[in-house]
Design a protein around this ligand. Structure first.
Ligand SMILES: [Cu+2]
Length: 122
């Protein structure tokens, strides 16, 4: 009996994880479709002092483009301050970086350091 409980809770967890992954990919697809972009290019929107999506997972070799939809400037700077670093982006300005190596890349806005997000490259 104990064993069955373990198995079924594992299954529920696995199913929840699968649904979450499906949800995230649907979100990614609809954003791509809305932007009318090449699937190899992924976009992060800067809106209301936040990066959306906060975590973006992409395959190696993907170019990620950030676009600032706020009325004030923001930057996109990797936590190590050297992998990538944009200048201040005004409204509707973009910054792109191509991620060739797998890894987790946390980044922030140097003007508003509480704005943080990350790119996961697989
Ligand atoms: Cu900012």
């Amino acid at each position: 009996m104990q064993r069955n409980t373990c198995v079924s809770s594992y299954r529920i967890a696995a199913r929840a994880a699968a649904l979450a992954i499906i949800g995230f990919s649907l979100l990614g697809f609809s954003e791509n479709a809305a932007a009318g972009q090449n699937p190899a290019i992924q976009q992060v929107t800067i809106d209301n002092f936040s990066f959306t999506p906060a975590t973006l997972t992409v395959p190696a070799g993907t170019e990620v483009t950030w676009i600032n939809h706020d009325d004030i400037p923001h930057t996109v700077v990797s936590d190590d301050k050297s992998t990538f670093k944009s200048r201040a982006l005004d409204t509707d300005e973009k910054f792109s970086f191509k991620f060739d190596k797998p890894g987790t890349y946390p980044y922030f806005c140097s003007i508003h350091p509480k704005m943080t997000a990350r790119i996961i490259v697989q």
